[in-house]
Design a protein. Sequence first.
Length: 680
Amino acid sequence: MTKSLLTLKDQPRTWYLYGLLLCLLGALTFGSLRDHQLDTHDADTFQDHLHIQQDWHYFFSPEKAQASGRPFAEAVKYLAFLVWGNSPGAFHLLVVAAHVLASLLWAWACRRLGLNLELSWGTGLLFLLNVAHFQVLHHISALDYPLALCWMLVSLGCYVHAARSGSAWWWAGFVMGVVLGLMSHLSSGVVVLFCLYWSWREGGGQVGRKVLGLGLLLVPVLLFLLHLTSSQTSTWRSLELYHHQDLAALLAGMVRVLLWLVSRLWTTAHWLPLPVYRQETWELYAGAAALCGLGWWWWRRHWPLSLGAAWIICTLLPFLLLNETAIRDLPAGPSRYLYLASAGSSLVWAWGLQQVGQVPRWGRLLALGGLVALLVSSYGYLKKAEAISFYTSGRNYIAHGHTAEGTVQLRRALDRAPGMIPLEEVYFRLVGALPFVSEDPNPLLQEGLAQFPNSYLLNLALAVVNTESLDAETRKYSQDLLEQLHQEADQKGLGENFALKVSVIYGNQGKGLLRKREALGAIRSFERALAYLPGKKQTILELGQAYTLRGIQLGARGENQEAAEAYVKALELNPGDAIAHVNLGWLRYRAGRWEEAITHYAAALAAGPSIHAQFNLGLVYLARGEEEAARSAYAQAIDRFGGAAGEKIGAVRDLQALIAQGQGGAAAAEILHTYWPAVR
């Protein structure tokens, strides 16, 4: 029996103090997450909250943007939304609170399983500050994992009491915990396997058979939850990939995933000495060695390491269903899949520290020093790991068209810990995004090239950016370099990827110029983007907007023919552009081409309410002498916009009065031109 290093009494008061310690460490380490923003799936969850608020039946709809098949976790998030709305900071702190609770419950469960108080508390403490599972703490949608673990531990505690007392109430608590765990995350169902192992270890075969029977009753619940799970989740996407692999390749991939996950439990437990987004070959060998150690402890029933080994193996099993391809290139690595298993590895680390404490004379001091060193190391690397979360958040924002916010997040990643992120890629993404926010990308580009002078990505970005240079020689050199890189990409079978990257940079340049109202430059950039990616709908629409802006600018200078040609081009690209229809209709009206003007105003009104189209339609009818039709158009304008149209409505009413008096024509046209600047 291992001796305790500290004199601790297992009583409520000491547990309260321990819980307070966990809360303080959690606040100190993770309090900064209140400044984090959204990541993958978070925006979908927030969107679902708004829909459910309008109609609570939508909670059960398979059409939800984030139909995760985890109704309990979804309900917790929605209830939180009712309290503080879709506040990212508040939701991040909710994840932290759930993790602190899970750490406390893990210490409590270890105590129920028979570990001494010191070891139980050390296990919970090291789990709280474990670095391997950092992504769960930094990602709102990953709240499901701490919630699932909490219910796993509740069901485990109830099971231990039920096995020892036979009470039906404890058995009911066990079943409830398992069901709610499954409704938080399907992987939590493996707690039944761990309970079977505990029964086998304790020699309770009869109790184990009862657990197995109850577990089989949960199969319909599992199938129902799978039915609710969206086909877009990683689980279903991985299962779909199975059709494209033979059995041998599939099993080999599962083995590699297992070895990688086991390795990361130790190589990233309280430090991050390697890039989390890349799998190193040596990690598989480290994982194999660690797996052999876990198997030995489990087989020899080494107390308490066999418990930790069994917990790790059980909790990793569900994630072996994930296809190797689906998780190998994750930008944050497999971090979130280690959350449940890292509870078991924390037990092993705590046991190791306790063994150090048994060394004569200096043992206690070494053990306490080791604990402090682990906690300090964890704190430092968890802070650095926030850079990875800023990076994944920035990628997510840019992928969903929120380039400005994505740029902010990528800059935060660079500022926090550039060594933690794929730096070359981040430079490239930022260089491509900065033109959108009207910033010169050249200083950042030169900074990146200073670190990665031979970078294909950064030299590609340099070539694209410099095709807009004011220097003719630089433009020609850059265009030649771009064509050379394009040929090399085609030879390597990377032509599509090359075209996508170039198109994105040119597209962002066009967006930035459009925001600065530089129509000609925007048109040139969008046309270059479409030259590389011809069918991109969004770029086509944006090119249409650039032509519309060009038409407005030309019309303001009185170059009406050129303006009309720009509007025609805009409508070829985007037939639903209401502004182009209204402005082209005005030019046709001024030219006496009234039928065409009516057609354009009608098209603008079909796209949505428009006082310009409605008012100008009345003018066309008035010019044609159709006073009744004009009166009807003006009346509709007043009905639709009378509360907020200001001088526009004044012009309409004056025109109505003249028409009512039989005075149309020139007098009405005079009032029109008096009010035209405000109306237009």
